[in-house]
Design a protein around this ligand. Structure first.
Ligand code: ADP
Ligand code: ZN
Length: 346
């Protein structure tokens, strides 16, 4: 049975642990059009048979304003009206894009998500942030609007490439660090293969992460305060992601380690925490060191839109399970970057 979550910008019906076939019931009198990518379409064609589909090339490049125009024109040809519901079936790229198109087509039509990646299930499909990139500027155009439903069908994960599992676990580890030490313990006692072998454990982990994200967004949909906790590992991570082409989860993994380095300097976080986090990340095949140029990364951080005169708000760790928002002077960040990059080199 679904349960409802009401945010300032709308109510989401949640169907955890469900099946794609239940979509008919979820959609009721609405006319669906599926938006997906070619990988997902190819791998799961039988499930989507009979639905009108717009299938897009996979990858971050598809999250563009050109795609919005392309899909808009297709929707006109398909005679989509206000009775249409756009159903995004895919990873973060597809759900971000579907939410954005649905927010602007005919000044807004209904939309819902079937996330097909672990990252999508625990993070990207949740929270109502929709958007596209403008050139190299990520999520530069966007809206905050909630999908009317989110349906999880774990069957999609059967075809998920190994690297995408790691990407999703980077976000799960993030929630554990910032919110819940017992989730950290649980992740420590498993690995990707264990979760694949135990659908119940996987389901409960996914649901726990989704609950943390929902709870945080419920408290602060517009990201004025506590929602920033979800950025743990993301500020430094994004800066590194800008300098080299690595998967999002890999960047977040490195970013979380850098946050620990800053936390050691600023809050006296014991170095054992960083060691424990390092081994957990490695357990999920995530990188914990990388060669980078601290000056270049620092310059990118200084261009961050959220910077103040003296520094940046970063999410630091007081301990496992307790993240805090702190304004950190640039000097501290720089020193942490230099010492981390030196360790990486040796
Ligand atoms: P995200 O990692 O943000 O969820 P994407 O939408 O870019 O991002 O999806 C990552 C990649 O995984 C894409 O190449 C996509 O086609 C592919 N993908 C998505 N879902 C599945 C799935 N269930 N099985 C196999 N590949 C998938
Ligand atoms: Zn992320």
């Amino acid at each position: 049975m679904p349960y409802n979550l009401t945010f300032p910008s709308g109510t989401v019906q949640y169907y955890f642990n469900s099946q794609f076939q239940e979509l008919d019931e979820v959609l009721r009198d609405k006319t669906p059009i599926i938006i997906t990518d070619k990988n997902v379409q190819k791998l799961h064609a039988p499930l989507m048979e009979g639905f009108p589909i717009i299938s897009l090339p996979p990858g971050e490049k598809t999250k563009s304003i050109e795609t919005v125009a392309f899909v808009g024109e297709r929707l006109i040809k398909m005679e989509a009206t206000r009775k249409t519901i756009l159903v995004g079936v895919g990873g973060g790229v597809i759900t971000d894009l579907t939410g954005f198109i649905a927010s602007v087509y005919l000044r807004g039509v209904d939309f819902g998500f079937v996330p097909t990646t672990l990252l999508g299930m625990v993070d990207a499909s949740i929270g109502g942030k929709n958007g596209v990139n403008l050139g190299m500027y990520k999520n530069m155009l966007g809206t905050i609007r909630q999908p009317s439903f989110i349906l999880h069908d774990a069957k999609f994960l059967d075809t998920l490439p190994e690297q995408e599992w790691s990407n999703g676990f980077a976000e799960a580890i993030k929630y554990a660090c910032v919110f819940e030490s017992s989730l950290f313990e649980k992740l420590l006692s498993h690995d990707i293969q264990d979760f694949k072998n135990s659908p119940a454990a996987l389901q409960s982990m996914i649901q726990r992460c989704a609950e943390w994200k929902n709870k945080t967004v419920l408290d602060d949909e517009q990201e004025q305060g506590s929602r920033k906790l979800l950025n743990f590992g993301h500020t430094a991570g994004h800066a590194i992601e800008t300098t080299q082409d690595i998967p999002h989860g890999f960047a977040v993994s490195i970013g979380m380690i850098i946050s620990c380095c800053v936390s050691e300097r600023l809050l006296g976080l014991p170095s054992e925490v960083r060691n424990l986090l390092t081994s957990l990340l490695e357990q999920y095949s995530l990188p914990t060191s990388i060669e980078f140029n601290p000056d270049q990364v620092m310059n990118i951080l200084k261009m961050d839109k959220k910077r103040t005169e003296e520094g940046l708000d970063l999410i630091l760790l007081e301990k496992i399970g307790k993240g805090i928002i702190r304004s950190v002077p640039f000097q501290f960040i720089y020193e942490a970057l230099v010492s981390f990059s030196n360790e990486t080199r040796h």
